[in-house]
Design a protein around this ligand. Structure first.
Ligand code: C5P
Length: 299
């Protein structure tokens, strides 16, 4: 089933209600800076069951946005869902105006791809609303104009993203897992984190190892080759991160990895029961204060 069909909650001729998933990274190797200022990456991403809620409704004219929920900041014009709608209309794929109602549940600036997901899911919803018939490749090209991570969310699932992140190769679904997503009380910005990278941060397991372990459906092997180039810099900047990683391991996680540029961590567990039990112990524990902690699974 197409991801969009699993994400759409309801649709009429007037409005589409869609869920916008968060992502985690099994592997994120930053290879080096390019001439255009972006970095070349090898990025294995996975959509997970934590969602923003987006309602896209026709109106006579203009694009408007009402945003509610977690950590909202900034002007509507800077919001990636808003910019996605403007881009879609400007390219002539729809007409009239659009009102967006966005409920943020995915914490912002936490490395979970919320803004990119909102952007891509807006395009998916508009494609349905206007019966525009854009292909996944068409939608990815539009999404690439909005952000390097946005094209991944057109089909989501498990994928290898290369180039600056916009070249997407779908992979077989990752082995089933349950995860705790946990974030210390800090936020990190993307340009800042790219700026802190050093050449040593490109050293890590070979991409082929993680691709092969995913193809074989081998969760334990996948957990042994989890890698993220941002981990050294993020762990230095946010002292709670190494402690949170240790805690997740103590709670029975078989692999812990940073999400994107951080500071969220994904702790992988063999079963949802173990993850739920781990989450209860984490939230009860007084040693570590978290900005949020939730249980997710692969989508
Ligand atoms: O593409 P996006 O707008 O998400 O990128 C935000 C910033 O992150 C870029 O301006 C750039 O500084 C940095 N970036 C990078 N290499 C990438 C993706 C992002 O240097 N592959």
């Amino acid at each position: 089933m197409r991801l969009v069909d699993r994400l759409i909650v309801s649709r009429t001729e007037e409005a589409v209600h869609i869920r916008c998933p968060a992502k985690v990274n099994f592997f994120l190797k930053v290879l080096g800076k390019r001439g255009d200022g972006y970095h070349e990456v090898q990025n294995v991403m996975q959509t997970v069951t934590l969602f923003d809620e987006l309602k896209v409704r026709r109106q006579n004219a203009g694009v408007t946005l009402a945003c509610s929920g977690e950590d909202i900041e900034g002007d509507a014009e800077e919001n990636l869902a808003f910019r996605a709608v403007e881009l879609f209309l400007k390219r002539g794929h729809g007409s009239g105006g659009i009102h967006l109602e966005l409920r943020k549940n995915i914490p912002v600036t936490a490395g979970l791809g919320g803004g990119s997901s909102d952007a891509s899911c807006s395009l998916l919803a508009l494609n349905e609303l206007f019966h525009a018939g854009l292909s996944a490749d068409d939608l990815r090209s539009l999404a690439a104009e909005l952000g390097s991570d946005a094209p991944f969310f057109v089909e989501g699932g498990t994928a290898l993203c290369t180039g600056r992140g916009e070249i997407v190769r779908l992979l077989p679904p990752s082995p089933r897992f349950a995860g705790i997503l946990a974030c210390p009380k800090a936020s990190l910005t993307t340009p800042e984190m790219y700026g802190l990278l050093q050449s040593q941060d490109a050293e890590g397991p070979d991409l082929d190892l993680v691709l092969r372990s995913i193809e074989r459906g081998d969760l334990t092997k996948t957990c042994s080759v989890l890698f993220n180039s941002f981990e050294r810099a993020a762990f230095q900047k946010v002292p709670e991160l190494p402690r949170l990683k240790k805690k997740l391991e103590e709670l029975g996680s078989i692999g812990v990895v940073l999400c994107g540029k951080g500071p969220s961590l994904l702790g992988i567990f063999l079963t949802p029961e173990e993850a739920e039990r781990g989450l209860r112990r984490l939230t009860r524990s007084q040693e570590l204060e978290t900005r949020f902690a939730v249980v997710v699974s692969a989508l």
